[in-house]
Design a protein around this ligand. Structure first.
Ligand code: ADP
Ligand code: MG
Length: 566
């Protein structure tokens, strides 16, 4: 109990840091139980992993809050934020602070036994020596205080918790209706889209113009709570966002891009809700590409390279964008989000003069403007595109939205009047059926890899001796998602090994595809929870649920990825 723990810590005060090792174990601290799963080896190692458990009777969470998956996710998110807030003033304690999105996380678990907060604790040192008395205060006084303040229902703001859960359920109910209503996304009237600064995801405080839907695109939704929200529906098909520079085009697209995740109350984007299988596509020169069919966009390279199975360690702007697009579609994206600011111009358009100067057979690239329509007719994939610099997309747009001083207007009719006659579709389909990607044996086993893959901040997965660069994967929003992706890659490697080389030889469709393996991992998460990704029992680390699309994106960016050529 607390006395034992205090005595133990006092007795090792001033000893070598390694003495902390003895702490591993379980302690009854009265108001909570403390489980010490992992003790850091030295003061500079990643912090120690501990769990604070409050039994179900004491926690007394109302049953209706956690009766469904969405309620469960929102409640644990709320509790994690409460732990983060109460531990703010206590040095060395963290729970992986949730940002503006409400994500499924491993930070707090609600089980039959009770409520469990998974924290990381930096055990105090002076030099490389144990500070036993300080540690005793931290573990036997501060931690129980956190548990009492943040994990017990009566000490929480019950109304705020209830509102948090209700909002989350409403948001997800709206998302569930988008596809059947023929919408890619919804942007609620009154939403505050701009952010405080380029490096802050908080809402702009001063001078933000609230969103207001054009009348023609206005839709409304009735929500489970009884509330009704109105705003702009972004329809399936091809939607082009135009407007002068600095009139808010990218800000709108970016909000839609982030709308695949629910946002917390007062974020400003609570009612920007996007279908959860929508993918942003941008240029990313320098990325590696393995075996992607980019022939709908690029054929007849001067090098003679076969672009039906295109691989490179150093893609150009246009080839990277083509590869990212095809990968997203093959991974199941139902709509694409593309901004001119982050696109390769030669991938997007080619003007008349250039078409006259360089004949089509001398130009390997068929620009996206010629493929955006077949992508929808052949594959059913919609596009929302920001294009302020070219009217070329008027010819193919179903809807054109103009932003004027941040206010959207439906200018579809005016744009159509300026468009050329409906541009003709290609005679033959250009997008074949999606191609199975079967990783070659050991393709996700980096040479010399001994340690589990880990996340390094949001942008990087450390995979063996290599880094997978995810900086350009813009819908990956949280370092804890990156950590989960790292764990998922290790799972994928296991699954591919289990499928065995026998299954991979023979006909091209008998092998385990990357897509099937990733679905398998997510089936397991659905059945067992996110912590199924953790290789240890006990404290699973701080993981947040990524989308399958981002797991695909990470695997596809691994420079060692090789495919079986079926
Ligand atoms: P564009 O892509 O049209 O050039 P941006 O979306 O980059 O424009 O926006 C330009 C600037 O205007 C940014 O600083 C952004 O934060 C700000 N902004 C965008 N939307 C709004 C809004 N609704 N109210 C106030 N400022 C906004
Ligand atoms: Mg822009």
């Amino acid at each position: 109990d607390a006395d034992t723990l205090r005595q133990l810590l006092t007795s090792i005060d001033g000893r070598g840091y390694g003495s902390y090792k003895q702490l591993k174990g379980s302690y009854d601290l009265g108001s909570c139980r403390l489980l010490i799963d992992h003790v850091q080896v030295d003061p500079f190692a990643p912090p120690s992993l501990m769990r604070l458990v409050v039994d179900a009777g004491t926690a007394a969470l109302p049953e209706d809050l956690i009766s469904d998956r969405h309620g469960h996710v929102a409640t644990t998110d709320y509790l994690a934020r409460a732990v983060a807030a109460t531990s703010h003033s206590i040095e060395g304690v963290s729970i992986g602070t949730p940002q503006q999105e409400v994500l499924e996380r491993t930070s707090v678990a609600i089980t039959e036994d009770g409520v469990e907060a998974r924290i990381a604790v930096q055990l105090p040192a002076s030099g490389r020596r144990v500070r036993g008395r300080q540690a005793a205060r931290l573990l036997t006084e501060d931690l129980p205080r956190i548990a009492r303040a943040a994990l017990v229902h009566v000490s929480l703001d019950a109304a705020a918790l209830h509102a948090h859960v209700t909002l989350h359920r409403d948001q997800e109910a709206l998302r569930d209706q988008l596809a059947e209503r023929g919408l890619v996304a919804f942007v609620g009237d009154g939403a505050i889209l701009p952010r405080r600064s380029g490096d802050s995801d908080l809402p702009l405080q001063q001078g933000a113009v609230p969103f207001r839907s054009p009348e023609t695109l206005q839709v409304s939704f009735d929500l489970p709570s009884g509330a009704r929200v109105a705003g702009m529906g972004v329809p399936d098909g091809i939607t082009v966002i135009v407007g002068g520079g600095y009139h808010g085009k990218s800000t709108l697209l970016r909000a839609i891009e982030r709308g695949v995740y629910p946002h917390r109350l007062s974020d400003g984007r609570e009612w920007v809700i996007t279908r959860d299988d929508v993918a942003s596509v941008r240029a990313e020169d320098g990325r590696s590409v393995a075996g992607v069919d980019i022939s709908p966009f690029i054929t007849g390279l001067p090098s003679g390279t076969d672009t039906r199975s295109f691989s490179t360690t150093n893609a150009s702007g246009s080839t990277s964008q083509a590869a990212t697009l095809v990968e997203a579609v093959d991974a199941g994206a139902s709509a694409l989000l593309i901004d001119e600011d982050t696109s390769a111009t030669n991938f997007m358009i080619r003007d008349e003069r250039m078409r006259r100067l360089i004949p089509a057979e001398r130009e390997p690239i068929t620009p996206f403007v010629d493929r955006i329509r077949p992508l929808h007719t052949e594959r059913g994939v919609s596009t929302v595109l920001v294009a302020g610099g070219s009217g070329a997309f008027f010819d193919v747009a179903d809807h054109v939205i103009a932003l004027d001083e941040y206010v959207p207007h439906d200018v579809t009719e005016q744009a159509r009047a300026l468009a050329d006659d409906a541009s003709s579709l290609p005679d033959e389909p250009v997008f074949g059926p999606s191609r199975a990607r079967v990783p070659a044996a050991g393709a996700l086993r980096p040479p010399g890899k001994t340690k589990p893959a880990t996340g390094r901040g949001r942008e990087t997965v450390r995979f063996g001796r290599e880094n997978i660069d995810l900086a350009a994967v813009s819908q990956l929003v949280d370092a804890a998602q990156t950590e989960a992706i790292a764990k998922a890659l290790d799972r994928l490697a296991d699954l591919l090994d289990q499928a065995g080389p026998a299954e991979r030889t023979g006909s091209s469709d008998s092998g385990l595809t990357l897509d099937a393996a990733i679905s398998d991992v997510f089936d397991r998460l659905d059945a067992e929870g996110l912590e199924a990704l953790s290789p240890h029992r006990g404290h699973p680390g701080h993981l947040a649920r990524p989308r399958p699309l981002e797991v695909h994106a990470a695997a596809n960016r691994y420079r060692g990825l090789r495919l079986d050529q079926g």
